[in-house]
Design a protein around this ligand. Structure first.
Ligand SMILES: NC(=O)c1ccc[n+]([C@@H]2O[C@H](COP(=O)([O-])OP(=O)(O)OC[C@H]3O[C@@H](n4cnc5c(N)ncnc54)[C@H](OP(=O)(O)O)[C@@H]3O)[C@@H](O)[C@H]2O)c1
Length: 450
């Protein structure tokens, strides 16, 4: 900050805009810049260069704080990419444990492990096979294939029962080679309507279960430790606060395990069409209406195969297809338009309205154009703030509504794309939508005095 002592002024310049609207001035600036770089007058900041196939080493360096300056990844020729083998081959002499493996997608997982070579399975759920006809049918069909199945009633959130489970696994004399945590209980409601008991009903099987599985397997030589999470962890879901929290925490457990050199994998699933909760409760078409097009178990399990072979990936999202249903998805899960997922939603622009400019120009007066523009501004800002347009007060400064510089930059981008009016981000940041609308209208309709 020492230059400021000498009364220097700081200007924020949006160079991205230069590239969007090429001009002679910009060409000249770039040529001048090239000259000072070529002459050595302008030196690069300290940096380390890695090729793309060293990206994990580069990220490890960044995370460990070992890199001075910038880390640069170059996409030179000759990058060698390892292709994961198509299918993992499991150890036929070892045991594989699937928690929640007697029902739904957990049962499909058990079948899948057998297809990949497993011959000894321990499948657990609270009911076991006792009050569960599907579970009994699963065990009998797997046994017919020559698989040794130990199906038992275990509450994975109960420490004593889990202790006993692992004692019995040890007594069996086989190496425990893999764990899949597929247990879940749902109790969806507004967070304000949930009691602590209801919250824990959802949290315990997933989270406490995962913690117990983690602590009981740390000293074992596992090949994999996989847990099923949900798109709710990635994007949130209003009536699933407990489920989102539990799912998200699984991912942190996985990261901690990876950090400690232990295997861990999390599959964030969308809706599954042919097994489990979504099928059982008949909400497949509702999910589609919300823009989450279900995938089959087999599609999801292909991803599990891929993950089990990829030692460097901890969490993978399999958030189903949404093509053609983007607007529904954005209405259901506004967070999908956040920068980290926006590019995955195949739409040009969240809440975009390509007819905006013609409609503004067609309005007879600035007064007529104002509400049209304000509507668009409000929906863009609401999307950036992950809220609904009716909660945006157009008369308050947007920073006071919770917009940060990123949100302001996004809003600025929307304005420029849809109206051609370039307002600097710092100006947007401290203005209300009403005054931004006035500035844009003044730009579009200079006769407007507002
Ligand atoms: N199905 C989907 O569309 C979908 C979407 C996203 C994520 N997922 C994830 O995929 C996994 C499986 O989902 P699903 O739809 O197959 O669920 P599901 O059909 O409801 O099966 C859940 C299983 O968990 C068992 N379970 C519940 N609490 C338990 C506990 N405390 N201890 C041991 N077992 C317990 C249940 O059996 P008991 O009742 O006998 O205990 C049941 O076998 C879950 O982790 C879920 O988060 C599924």
């Amino acid at each position: 900050m020492s230059p400021l002592d000498r009364d220097a002024t700081v200007h924020a310049i949006d160079v991205v805009g230069w590239f969007e609207q090429p001009s002679l001035t910009m060409d000249r600036c770039l040529q001048d810049l090239q000259k000072v770089i070529d002459s050595g007058e302008c030196r690069p900041v300290p940096h380390m260069v890695y090729s793309a196939d060293q990206i994990y080493a580069a990220m490890d360096g960044v995370l460990a704080g070992q890199e001075a300056g910038k880390t640069v990844i170059v996409l030179d020729d000759g990058v060698s990419l390892d292709r994961a083998p198509e299918q993992p081959v499991l150890d036929p002499t070892a045991t594989y444990l699937v928690v929640g493996g007697l029902d739904g997608f957990g049962a499909e997982t058990a079948r899948h492990l057998v297809r990949r070579g497993a011959r000894h399975l321990t499948l657990v759920s609270r009911r076991g096979t006792a009050r569960n006809q599907d579970a009994a049918a699963l065990v009998s069909s797997l046994s017919d294939q020559g698989v040794q199945v130990d199906a038992r009633a275990v509450d994975i959130s109960d420490p004593k029962t889990v202790d006993q489970l692992f004692r019995d696994l040890d007594a069996g004399g086989r190496r425990l080679a893999g764990v899949v945590h597929a247990a879940m209980v749902l109790d969806d409601d507004e967070v304000t309507d949930l009691s602590v008991e209801r919250y824990l009903t959802v949290l315990n099987p997933k989270l406490t279960g995962a913690l117990l599985l983690d602590s009981h397997t740390r000293e074992r030589n596992l090949d994999f430790f996989a847990m099923y999470s949900s798109f709710a962890a990635l994007l949130g879901n209003r009536r699933q606060a407990s489920y989102s929290a539990a799912s998200l925490t699984l991912e942190n457990i996985a990261r901690q395990r990876r950090h400690d050199g232990l295997p861990a994998t999390v599959l964030q699933l969308g809706a599954i069409s042919d097994a489990g909760y979504v099928l059982r409760t008949g909400i497949t078409s509702v999910m589609s209406d919300y823009g989450i097009l279900p995938m089959t178990s087999s599609q999801a399990l292909d991803r599990l195969d891929m993950l089990l072979h990829h030692p460097d990936t901890t969490v993978t999202a399999v958030v189903a297809e949404s093509r053609g249903h983007e607007q529904a998805l954005m209405a259901f899960l506004p967070a999908v338009t956040a920068p980290r997922t926006a590019t995955l939603v195949h739409t040009s622009d969240a809440g975009a309205d390509d007819s905006l400019l013609p409609r503004l120009r067609a309005a007879a007066t600035a007064e007529e154009a104002r509400p049209i523009l304000l509507d668009a501004l409000t929906s863009w800002l609401a999307s950036g703030l992950h809220t609904t347009p009716d909660r945006v007060d157009v008369s308050r400064r947007i920073d006071q509504l919770g917009a940060d510089s990123l949100t302001a930059t996004e809003l600025m981008g929307h304005i420029r794309r849809h109206t051609g009016c370039a307002i600097p981000a710092p100006e947007v940041m401290t203005a209300s939508l009403t005054s931004i609308a006035a500035t844009v209208l003044h730009h579009l309709r200079p006769e407007s005095q507002s």
